[in-house]
Design a protein around this ligand. Sequence first.
Ligand code: SF4
Ligand code: SF4
Length: 176
Amino acid sequence: MFISKLKEALICLRAGRVTMPYPFVPLETKDGFRGQPEVDGTRCLGCGTCAGVCPPRSITLVDDGASRVFKLDYSRCTYCARCADVCPEGAIRLNNRFELATGKKEDLSVTVSLKMAKCSSCGRFFTPERLLKKTVEKLTGDEFGQQAQEWLFWCPECRKTRLAKSLLGMEGTEHV
Ligand code: SF4
Ligand code: SF4
C-alpha cells in the first residue's frame, strides 16, 4: 500500500506542473482559434443571412418601423463561426477572446440599428437602406437589373399587386 502510494507520488512529481495559472495569467490562444464573433456595424447590411444559419438562434433581426435592429446574444453563442462564413460583407469575424464573465448584462450582446427605406409606391418601410443601395449597385450595368430597378424600390406587397395587374393586363391603372 505504502509502496504504491510512493510510486504515485513519484509519477506526479515527475510530471511537473500540469495546470495553468489562469486567470492570474491570461491564456494565449493559438492561430485559428475561434473566439467571439465580432460585428462591424458599419459593414452590416441587415440582410439576415447570418441569422438564418445560426444554430442556437443567437442572432436576431427585428423590424421596428424606421429601423431594423440586428442583435447578437453572446450568452447563446457557441462560437461555431457559421455567421462569419456566410456574411457577404465580411461584417462578422471571430476574434481570439473567449471570456464572457461580466458584471454588466449589456456586455453580453451587440446591437446594430439600420435605417429602413420606404417603398416608393405605398410609402411603408420595407428593407434596410444599405441593403437596397447594395442591391442597386450590384444590378447596375446588368440588362435584367436595369429592367428590375423600378421594382427594387417597391415593397413585396406592391410588387405582388403590380405583378398581378401586369398578368391581368391591368397595368397603367392606379394601384395600392
Ligand atoms: S450576414 Fe452580414 S450583412 Fe447580413 S445581417 Fe448578418 S452581419 Fe449583417
Ligand atoms: S458563432 Fe455560431 S452560434 Fe455564434 S452567432 Fe455565429 S452562427 Fe451563431
